[in-house]
Design a protein around this ligand. Structure first.
Ligand code: FES
Ligand SMILES: [Fe+2]
Length: 348
């Protein structure tokens, strides 16, 4: 059960050099992704209309792609332009193409109705060209349904137990409840953690307060700014959001994307880094190391969770008050699927 009218992150821009072809499934649909000679992204069904060989095994000829099996050639709009040994190319000889946009260092693909592909619906992630941040990136594959990863990212109470080694998180994460606000296509999660409680090693130093605020948007895009502030700031702001004029330390930003490859597999793309400036390269590398360690911790527990769920299809979850984020975000997805005319029951 997936939203179709939505931009999915298919790859990092740097994964696709000129002349390269990426084979990647998104919501169970195999795609071939390549660039025209001008560098524009082309995304088409990875299934030749002749006998279904993957076009990603073919080769690029200028702006066209030739199938590796019997040589049918297709232009960037998916129309067959040549059938070797035959003058007549039937009109129905074509493959589906998908709207695609390169933005924020990611390749975004619209999996729904092409006429609804609104570039303004692409979330405001930060790419490597953003002068504000010194970012490092990574990605990892999951043998798990995307909803379980979204649940994880909309409920940080797990930090206290899953991320003791990586983030050095204390029990404060599990014992506090963030403010959660519903957005048109997602939720906003914000919280203060007091001095000794937040303890995210590498991100903040002692004696301060940590503010974190993130938007989690369909289909699974997390955009989070965190920073530490002098003791007493949260009280002075009555627990509210600190504006840009409030002095902060260790400010950092992360963009993350959960992409459902198939029903049972997902890919997780992430970048993280401190505010750009002198001497932050070393810190950016430290954060990258922490991120890989932490996200591996997530993957291990989530894949194990998936395996137990696979053995018990009708499992009835017992929820806690920390599940507001996952419950609300699943509800957003469910409503959008229904608005497309689909059916979904995703409730926890
Ligand atoms: S399967 Fe592609 S040309 Fe035959
Ligand atoms: Fe986590």
């Amino acid at each position: 059960m997936f939203i179709r009218n939505c931009w999915y992150v298919a790859a990092w821009s740097h994964e696709l050099p000129a002349g390269g072809i990426i084979a990647r499934s998104i919501i169970n649909e195999p795609l071939a992704i390549f660039r025209t000679e001008d560098g524009e992204i082309v995304v088409m069904a990875d299934r030749c209309c002749h006998r279904a060989a993957p076009l990603s095994m073919g080769k690029l000829e200028g702006n066209e792609i030739r199938c590796a099996y019997h040589g049918f050639k297709f232009d960037h709009a998916g129309a067959c332009t040549e059938i070797p040994g035959q003058d007549n190319v039937p009109a129905k000889a074509r493959v589906a193409t998908y709207p695609a946009i390169e933005r924020h260092s990611w390749i975004w693909v619209w999996m729904g109705a092409a006429e609804k592909a609104d570039p303004d619906l692409i979330p405001a992630a930060c790419g490597f060209d953003d002068p504000r941040w010194n970012l490092r990136s990574g990605q990892m594959d999951y043998a798990a349904n995307y909803l379980l990863i979204n649940d994880n990212l909309t409920d940080f109470s797990h930090l206290s137990y899953v991320h003791v080694n990586s983030f050095g998180a204390t029990e404060a994460w599990a014992r506090s409840r963030p403010k959660i606000t519903r957005l048109p296509r997602g939720i906003r999660v914000q919280r203060w953690l007091k001095s000794d409680d937040s303890n995210l090693k590498g991100v903040r130093s002692g004696g301060e307060e940590l503010w974190s605020s993130y938007d989690f948007l369909v289909p699974g895009i997390l955009l989070m700014r965190s920073a530490s502030y002098d003791t007493g700031t949260s009280a002075a702001l009555n627990g509210g959001e600190p504006g840009p004029d409030v002095p902060c330390h260790n400010e950092n930003f992360t963009s993350q994307a959960v992409t459902a490859l198939t029903d049972s597999t997902s890919r997780y793309f992430f970048s993280w880094g401190p505010r750009a400036g002198e001497g932050t390269d070393e810190l950016a590398e430290i954060l990258k190391g922490i991120a890989i360690m932490a996200f591996t911790e997530d993957r291990i527990i989530i894949e194990a969770q998936q395996r137990t769920l696979d053995q018990c299809q009708n499992f009835d979850m017992v929820l806690s008050s920390a599940d507001v984020g996952p419950v609300q975000f699943r509800s957003v997805i469910e409503q959008l699927i229904k608005a497309e005319g689909g059916t979904a029951r995703l409730r926890l």
